[in-house]
Design a protein around this ligand. Structure first.
Ligand code: D54
Ligand code: ZN
Length: 278
């Protein structure tokens, strides 16, 4: 099993990138495949993304050679959100039931992690966001909607959305990972307007719940030099610390947002009003 390497990029590289270049560096198109565990290693804050889709039987999480760890959690922690049908994540023999959009924090030192689906016709799809960890916090499950809920935006600007913080300063504790789910309300299409940056942390958005023929137009790059990616369901966008991350869908959708780096303060962000973007 291989980890795809995604090296860190500098903002100076963005202006000369083609559509293919942008997608190769920042878009993760195929994290989920039936009965597979797939992984991408971003060198921005050394984050590993994993997609596990156990359809016909359980799948174990291997220790990837690229991170030189016998077991994945030897030096890492992770947040796991289920973006598919109901399923379970078993950590060292303890089974955790993850309904759709539930979140499991797994602390450093976990030895054996096994993913399973309840029903082959509606398999679970486990999205794991992992960062290096300096200590072990307890493995903790958060039920859907069970974190800190913030109602944001306005239907008149097409950005009414419910943001749920799962792993954060005032919720489930972690070393680096801050994670949650944002769900757009029907008729609302814009996330994260005004856009922002946080140079102390990278962030990844995994879009899900988007109809098959719909797309999200996702903005990235420095605020005065933006580019876009056209993103489909269950695809992820890697946002370096210097990049805005904001998008508009052709239909309503949800996304898992997750950050790692220095400072877990959710509101530590620098806003860039629409009028300041280029
Ligand atoms: O730094 C924070 C992240 O970008 C997200 O939490 C933003 C988000 O989910 C939203 O505005 O809907
Ligand atoms: Zn952000």
């Amino acid at each position: 099993m291989l980890v795809e390497q995604r090296y860190a990029t500098a903002p100076q590289q963005v202006p000369s990138m083609s559509t293919d270049d942008l997608r190769r560096h920042y878009l993760v198109e195929d994290l989920f495949a039936d009965d597979e565990v797939r992984a991408v290693h971003s060198h921005h804050d050394r984050v590993v993304l994993v997609g596990a889709l156990p359809r016909t039987g359980p799948l174990g999480l291997p220790g990837f050679a690229e991170i030189r760890a016998e077991r994945f959690f030897d030096r890492r922690e992770a947040g796991i959100v289920n973006v598919g049908g109901p399923g379970t994540v078993t950590v060292d023999g303890t089974e955790h039931r993850l309904e759709p959009t539930a979140c499991l924090y797994v602390g450093r030192g976990a030895e054996e992690v096994v993913f399973a689906s309840d029903d082959e016709s509606a398999p679970a799809a486990f999205y794991l966001f992992s960062a290096p960890a300096h200590t072990a916090y307890p493995t903790t499950l958060v039920e859907p909607g069970g974190g800190t809920v913030r109602e944001l935006g306005d239907p008149l600007t097409s950005n009414r959305r419910t943001l749920t913080q799962y792993i954060h300063e005032n919720g489930v504790r972690s070393c680096q990972v801050v994670m949650g789910v944002t769900a757009l309300h029907p008729g609302s299409m814009w996330n994260t307007m005004p856009a922002h940056t946080h140079e102390r942390r990278m962030e990844v958005y995994l879009y899900f719940g988007l109809p098959e023929d719909a797309r999200v137009v996702h903005l990235l790059g420095e605020p005065t030099e933006t580019r876009h990616l056209v993103v489909a369901d269950r695809q992820a966008v890697i946002s370096p610390p210097w990049s805005v991350h904001s998008g508009v869908g052709t239909a309503a959708y949800s996304f898992v947002w997750a950050m790692a780096g220095e400072n877990q303060a959710f509101d530590d962000m620098d806003p860039h009003p629409a009028a300041a973007l280029r």
